[in-house]
Write a protein that binds this ligand. Sequence first.
Ligand code: PLP
Length: 443
Amino acid sequence: EAEGAQLNANTTASKAMYASASQHLAGGVSSSYQLRDPWPIYIDRGHQQTIIDVDGNEYIDFHNGYGSMVQGHANPAIGEAVAARFPLGTHFGMATEDSSIVASELAERWGLAKWRFTNSGSESTMDAIRIARAYTGRDTIMKIFGSYHGHHDAVMVSIGVEYDKIGPREHPASLAYGGGIPQAIVDLTIPVHFNDAETMEKRIVELEAEGRKPACVIMEAVMMNLGVVLPEPGYLEAVREITRKHGIVLIFDEVKTGLTIAAGGATERFGVKPDLVTLAKALGGGLPAGAVGGTEEVMRVVEDHTVYQVGTYSGNPLSMAAARASLEKVLVPSAYEHLNHLNERLLAGCQNVIDKYGLPGYSVGIGAKGCVTFSPTKIIDYPSFKENQDVELSELAWLWNMNRGIYMTPGREEEWTLSVTHQDADVDRYIEVFDEMAAAITK
Ligand code: PLP
């Protein structure tokens, strides 16, 4: 279908900005994930659930800054907190009271006693892994094949891999994601597949026998970079049991799930408690903030100075003021009721369309997050995703949405994130646009 060929909104100002930005901003953007074909769209402003690009095109935002803006754009509660903090000074390289208040709120929500702040998800997972390594005295780590945990060397492993390079199910390949990552670091990261606790335990036993027992398993409780892949019943409980039995630190990377799927993230939603949790994205409500939380026992390596958990901007006063306002005034219980209501409506509406037109796919989601997965069979892990995802249909759906004012993440593997400012009319519009696409392709 010709519709699928390219963006047809008037994006000439973005095109011109791309040309001029590319002169000194490498590739015209500040993160390679901001690139899109044929050129990136430059955003001018956002208000609540709406964003407007430099050409004046208006979109309903289902991208929400990779899931960071669950509070909606320019949320007044966060704006007021930031505005009140600014005249008092924005950075001292010393703690402010807000960081203590945010830490106690997170401790309450996650049931984990001790917290430290960072500036991003990558810093949080890097620190969590270091804490786990120091706590156990081991170098090897285990991760889920295909999961993204940020851009530091230890976790830029076994993601975005072609189907024929995944390797055998029992021993999937450790592969660097892009250049500049030392092989010696890659070799320390052992991937296993999601939703397969049995093979995880077998691999752990093998590694133990080789004297390479992992310090930690780092994972998302819900895989969020293959659309949305939910844990099968009993899987998280089994992983908890296995890691406890073998003395391995369990890290839930809740950079995406934290504060979006429930007040206390996946930890609350599934009732399985890890030893360490990492947060970022929605924590700062649009300002850079990340966190590592953990049990008294594991976090002791930070408190006794075995691990230097440090950072000039960590616990930055503006970020902490924003996080405090977000937790106290925005991401309160009623927010999750609203998000759950919207997502149920959106997921059910999309599933109706799929059933009505007999599309190969299904809708899936949790909390503020969801997607339509175009696959004739259920995706449970990375191999099933690579084998079955209908790439053409996923690409078409992305373009179809973008061309009709539904803003999606650049990555076709990403899910939508709703915000507290979305309304029924916004999700109904999404369903309507999806229905039009389904009608057009099945005509
Ligand atoms: N962990 C997960 C699960 C993520 O999805 C991401 C980013 O998408 C990160 C970590 C890294 O976060 P950041 O981009 O803030 O460094």
